[in-house]
Design a protein around this ligand. Structure first.
Ligand code: GTP
Ligand code: MG
Length: 300
């Protein structure tokens, strides 16, 4: 199993040197050090607004002081990740229905299967729904993963109406008394209006069957996209109101700093994070582990 510390090594390598210079207790916090910190945070895809906010606070309060700054910065970062309680698989309503959306290749299909596996670890009985009917391979890929996690799957034929497949899956969940439905959707560019309309239709179909909106609509964001992911997410949010995000491929990215923008600028909690390709590498988002992974272990 991949750890936060190893998954975040690329981001940490990028920002580590600047952080460690800021943290040195015996050195006065001078303007050069602060500017270097600013630059490296920007390189890690923390937004300009947040970087300026943090360094301004450091400048105002701590310049020239010989204080332990690690805890101060750790505090900024943790506060920026908000105080949303960790996700817990709810008992009600049933079937708890998760709609996964996002641009092409971000990790939706594998994430759907990994979520099903997680749900099963929590004693849930999930059903996977493959509504990626654009390509035959879309459904096949989910079927293979579903087999691996030993989870039922409802899949549409190639070319079938994605909204109808979602509807059928919810009916099947009722018939089989399954308590959780995880709906994979085809990847789509946020700029392609017909495809975005189709996604809105999938959501409407879920709403009409459940008589309520999907219980979770999570956008799957690829960490290597950095700030671009925020632009995509805003467009998705217009068509299908998002209630959370999943960040995948943190292990391959040096731009993990965009996670702060997901919470601060998009205003949705990060529910899970992908730290690797294994089944167990999709784990509940843990703000403290994330921040410590970014800062690295405390130096003696
Ligand atoms: N290293 C790493 N790879 C991941 C992670 N999550 C997904 N992947 C890989 O990303 C690739 C794409 O994943 P898919 O699940 O097929 O992505 P998708 O969003 O369903 O793609 P489309 O359906 O084409 O839009 C696969 O090779 C996954 O194994 C992760 O957290 N870390
Ligand atoms: Mg897919």
């Amino acid at each position: 199993m991949v750890t936060w510390l190893s998954a975040l090594s690329k981001t940490r390598n990028r920002v580590g040197a600047a952080f460690s210079r800021v943290f040195k207790r015996d050195q006065v916090l001078d303007e050069d050090t602060l500017e270097e910190l600013e630059d490296t945070l920007l390189q890690a895809d923390v937004s300009m607004r947040l970087v300026t906010e943090w360094t301004d606070q450091l400048r105002k309060s701590y310049r020239g002081l010989e204080v332990s700054r690690r805890e101060i910065i750790r505090g900024f970062l943790l506060r920026a990740l908000g105080d949303a309680p960790a996700f817990e698989w709810p008992q009600q309503p049933a079937p708890f229905t998760i709609l996964l959306v996002g641009v092409n290749g971000t990790g939706k299909t594998t994430t759907a299967a990994k979520l099903a596996w997680r749900a099963m670890q929590e004693g849930k009985q999930p059903l996977l729904a493959a509504t990626d009917t654009f390509r035959a391979a879309g459904a096949d890929q989910l079927r293979i993963w579903a087999e691996r996690v030993d989870c039922d799957v409802v899949a549409g034929q190639q070319g079938a109406d994605a909204a109808a497949v979602a509807f059928d899956a919810l009916m099947a969940a009722d018939a089989r008394k399954l308590d959780t439905v995880i709906i994979d959707t085809a990847g789509r560019m946020h700029t392609r209006q017909p495809l975005m309309n189709e996604l809105a239709k999938v959501r409407r179909s879920i709403t009409s069957r459940l008589k309520r909106d999907p219980d979770a609509t999570w956008i799957v964001l690829d960490a290597s996209m950095g700030q671009n992911a925020i632009i995509q997410a805003r467009q998705f949010n217009e068509m299908v109101p998002l209630t959370g995000a999943i960040i995948t491929k943190l292990d391959g990215s040096a731009k993990a700093g965009f996670a702060f923008s997901v919470i601060k600028e998009l205003g949705v909690p990060i529910r899970f994070a992908g730290l690797g390709e294994g089944m167990e590498d999709l784990i509940p988002f843990d703000p403290e582990a994330f921040v410590d992974g970014m800062l690295g272990p405390e130096e003696p």
